[in-house]
Write a protein that binds this ligand. Structure first.
Ligand SMILES: NC(=O)c1ccc[n+]([C@@H]2O[C@H](COP(=O)([O-])OP(=O)(O)OC[C@H]3O[C@@H](n4cnc5c(N)ncnc54)[C@H](O)[C@@H]3O)[C@@H](O)[C@H]2O)c1
Length: 348
């Protein structure tokens, strides 16, 4: 670790999600938060005061520090790629919030910049670390589902007009996207992680209630290369509050449903002779997290530190983060063309 005791982090973007990063970093024994940056000086100062870091209002200035090992990017999504590329060029490892970029072209530019600079790139899909999701993934890797038949990613949440009014970037095409790109990307990532790769996609989006440029409802069907079918239902319009984020995985010899507020609770666990296992799983369920962000940020950050130390790929590298992005961009294309998209998606 460059001869130092602890991995040194800098955070760019000190808004709603940034405390998850800051608290995770300061809680890890082998990590330290040394610098924070936000174009709003009060945001940067408040973070600096709370977590004992140096504040910056220009990320280029922050990136000049040679004692930062890893940069975490938690700005509006449309800035992720550009800031990530600058961080990579400054020799920093990059952790980027989802979506990693707003287009495949910029996602690829970020992946390439990190490769060229020899730094690691990790995308924040923290739900992959949920205990419930790990159980499903382990069952899948052990072949316990048999032939996969179909699955579903469901996000039924509420983001009201006040939420979208909080910041001008929310719900915009260039900086955020709608409920598929912002809220549902985690669950779409999980669906494709279990069933992928994708053969083709067809979907619709609509803006039914919120006063935003992009969608507040989306639905899609995916045909996976293994023959399984995937369904996506995404809504930020649910009255009056969040109901669920649920992932269904069905196969010839197994059925699993992970629900709760943010794919945190096993609701169905059916495999041959699984009674004892099922009892144990239900007896040790995680309770709902305090918010939909869940508990996974800390583990993703710990994984990144280990990946750097061991010079291995992080758990969710750029190439993995790109997959859910491609699905969502394909659904947007379907909405425009009213035609299915056969993968790989060709961007104009
Ligand atoms: N992993 C998750 O579960 C999760 C949850 C929420 C948000 N996010 C993602 O995190 C990102 C931020 O979301 P948020 O809700 O915290 O947004 P936010 O608007 O609350 O915070 C963004 C912050 O970035 C700052 N900023 C803008 N431009 C900047 C620049 N050029 N340099 C430095 N700072 C800049 C803003 O001033 C603001 O303080 C988005 O990409 C979002 O999709 C991820």
């Amino acid at each position: 670790m460059l001869g130092r005791q602890r991995m040194r982090f800098g955070i760019i973007g000190c808004g709603r999600i940034a405390p998850k990063h800051a608290e995770s970093i300061v809680a890890l024994p082998n990590a330290e938060l040394v610098a924070v940056c936000d174009i709003v000086p009060e945001h940067a100062q408040a973070f600096a005061d709370k977590y004992g870091a140096v504040p910056y209002t220009d990320y280029h200035e922050m990136l000049k520090r040679d004692d930062i090992d890893v940069v975490t990017i938690a700005t509006p999504s449309g800035l992720h790629a550009e800031i990530g590329i600058a961080a990579a060029q400054a020799g920093k490892h990059v952790m980027v919030e989802k979506p990693m970029a707003m287009t495949l072209k910029t996602a690829d530019a970020l992946i390439e910049a990190c490769r060229k600079a020899g730094v690691k790139l990790a995308v924040i899909h923290q739900n992959r670390f949920n205990k419930s999701i790990r159980l499903v993934r382990e069952a899948l890797e052990a072949g316990r589902f048999g032939k996969l038949t179909h699955g579903q990613a469901t996000v039924r949440w509420n983001r009201d007009d006040n939420y979208y009014a909080q910041a001008p970037w929310r719900g915009t095409k260039l900086q955020d996207g709608g409920v598929l790109m912002n809220q549902s990307i985690h669950n779409i990532d999980l669906l494709q992680w279990m069933f992928g790769p994708v053969e083709s996609v067809f979907g619709y989006t609509a803006t039914n209630l919120r006063k935003i440029e992009m969608e507040d409802v989306g639905a899609a069907v995916i045909k996976f290369k293994n023959g399984a079918i995937g369904l996506i239902e995404a809504a930020s319009t649910i009255f009056p509050k969040n109901i669920e984020e649920t992932l269904n995985v069905f196969g010839e010899k197994g059925s699993a449903i992970v629900g709760g507020i943010a794919v945190n609770r096993i609701e169905v666990w059916e495999f041959p002779e699984s009674e004892e296992e099922k009892k144990n799983i239900f007896a040790s369920q995680e309770s709902d997290p305090p918010n939909v962000y869940g508990f996974g940020h800390r583990e993703l950050i710990a994984d990144m530190i280990e990946a750097i130390e061991e010079d291995r790929s992080p758990a969710v590298p750029g190439e993995e983060g790109r997959k859910a992005l491609e699905i969502i961009l394909a659904i947007y294309k379907c909405q425009e063309t009213k035609q299915p998209v056969v993968f790989p998606l060709a961007e104009e």
